[in-house]
Design a protein around this ligand. Structure first.
Ligand code: NAP
Length: 309
């Protein structure tokens, strides 16, 4: 029987693990499909306090895991397939094995949003990708025109990163201004290799028949005009959706699937706490996720202490 199980190994999950471990609760962290979470797919993180020169996202997560393990956290590679939170102890199915626990911290993060185009789905990994740092250096993208879709910090970051490899980077955005932070907007728009395509949406990724990306069809939302931009890669960076399907109908969430805590990190199920991007549609920063992970662990610790009084 576990005292604390943490679902997710991003900033929220690993910070919760650090705090729970230091409270001597020997937490079990179930990593999910992407150990280290979304931050492992970014390049340099410039806004995590304590790293004046910035820190590589992957390295930051490796360090967080080591720090939590140093105090007794156990990190298990695995995927939670189902949960039974109807009674104590909670029961989780992790890769076919049952795990019982007194408390649960949901830090399952968020995944990439898709454009929901049939052609996008068919060409995924054949030129359509959701992560420039993972795929940008592939030979198929070298010295080729590339397209990034989106107007937030992620899209700007992806576009900047891809300037190292592509001959030109088209930034296709559905509005006429970027919603990214000021510093990112300035850097992005000042880059000579980045060409914004304003007020436009991708309506089709070409060419499904050839089994690879050769371009995108874009439509200008103001004029209705359509054109084809030739490119070898499409990098979709239009935001994220929370990984919360497992808890639907059991844990309170909003219409977009973000978990809504009752009070602090506590959910509607006593003993179940939440932290990070799966419950945060406002800030969604590494440092806020870490802070929320800390809060969830402290609350789990207090919950256990109150039960054993
Ligand atoms: P985001 O801020 O939600 O931006 C998503 C962008 O995609 C928006 O510009 C949105 O357009 C566009 N979009 C959404 N759905 C679309 C669709 N179906 N078709 C076309 N365009 C669509 O997401 P994000 O950029 O991933 O950032 C998420 C959070 O992480 C933010 O809080 C951001 O600050 C943070 N972040 C920070 C850093 C950093 O500090 N270095 C890096 C990455 C992310 P509209 O503008 O029209 O809504």
């Amino acid at each position: 029987m576990e005292k604390v199980v943490i679902i997710g190994s991003g900033c929220a999950g690993l910070t919760a693990a650090l705090y729970a471990a230091r409270a001597n609760l020997k937490p079990l962290v179930v990593t999910g499909r992407q150990p280290g979470g979304l931050l492992t797919t970014t390049s340099v993180v410039e806004n995590f306090p304590g790293f004046p020169e910035g820190v590589d996202g992957y390295e930051l997560m490796v360090r967080m895991q080591k720090q939590a393990e140093r105090f007794g956290a156990r990190v298990q590679f695995g995927v939670v397939e189902s949960v039974d939170l109807s009674k104590q102890p909670f029961r989780l199915s992790v890769d076919g094995e049952t795990v019982e626990t007194e408390t649960l911290i949901i830090a399952s993060g968020a995944g990439h949003k898709h454009l929901e185009l049939d052609s996008e789905l068919k060409l995924e990994n054949k030129g359509v990708t959701y992560c420039a740092t993972c795929d940008g250096a592939l030979p198929m993208f070298r010295s080729q025109p590339l397209v990034v879709v989106g107007g937030g910090d992620s899209a700007c970051e992806e576009a900047m990163y891809l300037t190292r490899f592509g001959s030109v980077v088209y930034l296709v955005h559905r509005r006429d201004s970027l919603r990214a932070s000021k510093i990112m907007v300035e850097r992005t728009l000042a880059h000579t290799k980045i060409h914004p395509v304003w007020d436009s949406v991708v309506t089709e990724v070409l060419d499904v028949a050839k089994g690879k990306v050769t371009g995108v069809k874009v439509k200008n939302l103001k004029t209705g005009a359509e054109k084809v931009i030739e490119c070898a890669g499409v990098f979709v960076a239009i935001g994220h959706r929370p990984n919360t399907a497992l808890f639907k109908g059991v844990i309170d969430m909003d219409d977009h699937g973000y978990i809504v805590p009752r009070k602090g990190a506590a959910t509607n199920v006593p003993g179940v706490f939440v932290a990070g991007d799966c419950s945060d549609r406002v800030y969604r920063q590494a440092v806020t996720a870490a802070g929320l992970g800390c809060a969830a662990a402290i609350e789990a610790e207090r919950f256990l202490a109150a039960r054993n009084e």
